[in-house]
Unconditional design. Structure first.
Length: 224
């Protein structure tokens, strides 16, 4: 009975934290005028989630932690976010051209190819957040790392993408959950899964576990 009560209490605490984190995401998005705020706010969510899942080295205030991450990741998160947005725009534009232009027998083959590319890019997109939160690398390197992760670990990348897709489907079926958990729930689920696989390298022992980010891949992250 005590174990069940403790499980419910823990679940409530996680749910409340995700709700507060989603509210902060909304505030961070609006603080950047949406256009310049949505990606730093998303990066800040992943930063907080990463600290929570890796274990905190000292108590912290959620609002202060979020604001610090938002400011620190402002430029890099916008650059990474709009880089992926440009890739999606290019893919959708090419898909539209193929769908509207009569290419004969090559049309169905190209349409199938674009579907595969869309799946591949989705896998990259949902992995980019956790990877950017865990690795202190430049935007081009993070884009390449996301692509290599999908290519080298297709099963892990696929399950990660499916987990996020399931949350999005639940949001579609129960839209009332969107204003409650928003981006926080899929971010938490995605990072928790990737962290559980052991592919993300463990931090070095000479730095606080929840604060440091990895710059050099280890044997745990080869191909990630």
């Amino acid at each position: 009975m005590n174990a069940l009560l403790g499980w419910h209490t823990r679940l409530g605490e996680v749910g409340l934290r995700l709700f507060l984190l989603h509210l902060l995401w909304l505030g961070g998005t609006l603080a950047g005028g949406v256009v310049l705020g949505v990606f730093p706010a998303t990066a800040a969510v992943y930063t907080v989630v990463r600290r929570d899942l890796m274990g905190r080295d000292e108590p912290s205030r959620l609002r202060e932690e979020f604001a610090t991450a938002w400011r620190r990741e402002f430029r890099a998160a916008n650059a990474l976010g709009y880089a992926f947005l440009a890739l999606w725009a290019l893919l959708l534009l090419d898909r539209h051209v193929v769908a509207t232009v009569d290419l004969g027998a090559a049309g169905p083959a190209l349409a199938g190819l674009f579907w595969l590319l869309a799946v591949f890019l989705f896998g990259m997109s949902v992995a980019a957040g956790p990877l950017a939160a865990h690795f202190a690398e430049s935007v081009p390197k993070l884009v390449v790392r996301s692509a290599l992760f999908v290519l080298a670990r297709p099963l892990v990348a696929g399950l990660n993408a499916v987990a996020v897709a399931v949350v999005l489907c639940v949001y579609y079926v129960v839209p009332g959950l969107v204003p409650v958990f928003g981006i926080a729930a899929p971010a938490c689920l995605s990072f928790a899964y990737l962290w559980s696989t052991g592919l993300l390298p463990r931090p070095k022992e000479d730095q606080p576990a929840a604060m440091r980010r990895t710059t050099t891949p280890t044997s745990h992250s080869e191909g990630a």
